[in-house]
Design a protein around this ligand. Sequence first.
Ligand code: NDP
Length: 315
Amino acid sequence: MSEATEKIKCLIIGSGPAGYTAAIYAARADMKPVMYTGMQMGGQLTTTTEVDNFPGYKDGTDGTAMMMDLKHQAERFGTDVRFGMVTAVTLSDEVGGVHKVIVDENKEIEANTIIISTGATAKYLGIESEQRLIGGGVSACATCDGFFYKGQEVVVVGGGDTAAEEATYLANICSKVYLLVRKDHMRASKAMQHRVDKTENIEVLYNTEVEEVLGDNVVSGVTAINNQTKKTTEISVTGIFIAIGHTPNSNLFKGLLDMDETGYLITEGKTTKTNMPGVFAAGDIQDKEYRQAVTAAGTGCMAALDAERYLGAIE
Ligand code: NDP
């Protein structure tokens, strides 16, 4: 280790809306929180352009600006925001025990409480044209970006509940939604599939995959291939929503904390408590259902309150 061990009351891992909100509350409660931001400072919201649905921004804002506002607000109350990655964790299972964390493989921290807000990462197809046009018509969040495609034609990719939900959400805003499903059936629940089938302006294309996203700076369409007939078709659209699932950023905690079969951390009842005393989880890392900035912020607040009560009880 390069430096002496630092001892703190509250460590926050991750810098999305959950992490910053936890930081605001923890700092105001005099817990002197230290936050490590991770590599993508500000989290997933920095990959969207405009944010119109976060309460308080009456004219909307952009994702990056909003995350800078949250950072400044957390710092105003004394949060120590540091750029860095937590690379190893040892958790104590004793009430009042100290949790040890290594940052960037060379700095050791001992924390009485940890708030995990490492979020989830949307899965993308991984093709070059898609990656290049993220923010230019390629999105992984219909609730965030759908509004900007009002009256336009869009593609949704995926066959699960998220894709079905995004397609029906977009069908209320857009003139037409093409749902591209790579198998000959959808994985979504029967109820969700029924909603899709009932929606007149959704056209489901089975056995269909995206070959190329078209457009230089903004999306102008996709080339889709039928994986049975090998026939390719060009579909003219202005937006493409990738809804093929999310991966929770929980690798660091495998074997240490209870998680479901897909890696989302499990919290106790209506609290943010994990199965380890003094370790709390907030935001998308523990929520595969709602995944909104405002719901993440809400659980960030809860995590700081849970941590404050925990510290109060052990001090
Ligand atoms: P899922 O993993 O359930 O589904 C992912 C879908 O994307 C599958 O249809 C899969 O196809 C498809 N897919 C994966 N990779 C690719 C690719 N490279 N190209 C094309 N298609 C691809 O993820 P969801 O996000 O839909 O759901 C995650 C969990 O959250 C589920 O348990 C779901 O039930 C739950 N959920 C519940 C909701 C609700 O109840 N309201 C809303 C949203 C999610 P294939 O089938 O061929 O593997």
